[in-house]
Design a protein around this ligand. Sequence first.
Ligand SMILES: NC(=O)c1ccc[n+]([C@@H]2O[C@H](COP(=O)([O-])OP(=O)(O)OC[C@H]3O[C@@H](n4cnc5c(N)ncnc54)[C@H](OP(=O)(O)O)[C@@H]3O)[C@@H](O)[C@H]2O)c1
Length: 294
Amino acid sequence: MSPSPLPLSPLAAGLWRLNEWGLDTPALVRWIEQALDLGITSFDHADIYGGYTVEARFGEALAAAPGLRERLQIVTKCGIKLHHPARPAHRLKSYDSSRAHVLASVDESLRALRTDRIELLLLHRPDLLMQPDELADTCRTLLAAGKVLHFGVSNHTPGQVAMLRKRMVLATHQLECSPLQMKALADGTLEQCVDLGLRPMIWSPLGGGRLFTDGGDAQVQRVRAVLAELAARHGVSEASVAYAWLLRHPSRPVPVTGSGRIEALREATAALNVALSAEDWYAIWQASMGHEVP
Ligand SMILES: NC(=O)c1ccc[n+]([C@@H]2O[C@H](COP(=O)([O-])OP(=O)(O)OC[C@H]3O[C@@H](n4cnc5c(N)ncnc54)[C@H](OP(=O)(O)O)[C@@H]3O)[C@@H](O)[C@H]2O)c1
């Protein structure tokens, strides 16, 4: 069902916070080009980002710079319905993986992004009313139409991943992990990725920025102390060490950056050249958990 290998770069750039970055269209074009120069060619969206506005802003940048589209891959998501003025038909926040919603959402994303295809479509959150056979059939329709080239999930349990994988090819599982948030290491999610060869994408790799902004928190203080020591030893920034910690996992994760600063993207890519030892990795784990391994 997936005709070509998933073409993600080693890190992806996330656009969730685009509206906070103060970039007009020419500046966004420049930002995309600088990310591409760093080897970040995959850009992570969702229909709902920026209150249903971010995809369209990215689409304006693509339209302003012909040729850009062919140099990058678009990841976007569907399945969350926000209660939002842009979607007056939604009476409350809910999840929807029905055929009608997914097909309409993809058409809306294609229109906003001003493109004819989405390289990777993720189901953003697990829909408790999901009918997996219907969803797999919807994905086959989108693949046959050439509108979506690969499919994946985000924030699903291992059981939900297993249920869907019986019916369709999943290219990735996008999940939260960072030196401050290690749930996916403990609940079987990342083990399943290793077992299935399902390369995860990692969201909020810096804890949503809390690693560098929440200095009063005891866990942050413990982790920062270890990051600082390893950063000095490896000659890189603390953020680079945080990314290197994620990249050290055997599931071969693709971290998704969240910053609008090119320097922060550079720090992320610098992590690709940092080889942490297993002891370095466990030192960060221990600092995060507040105790040594049992
Ligand atoms: N699938 C999902 O459910 C889901 C959920 C959340 C996010 N995501 C995706 O994951 C992407 C990344 O998530 P995130 O934005 O929470 O990532 P993050 O890297 O954990 O946090 C980014 C935030 O940290 C701040 N920051 C502070 N110090 C920084 C430093 N030294 N280096 C880099 N950033 C620093 C950034 O501000 P500056 O811009 O000022 O650097 C930015 O506000 C999103 O854009 C989105 O594409 C997916």
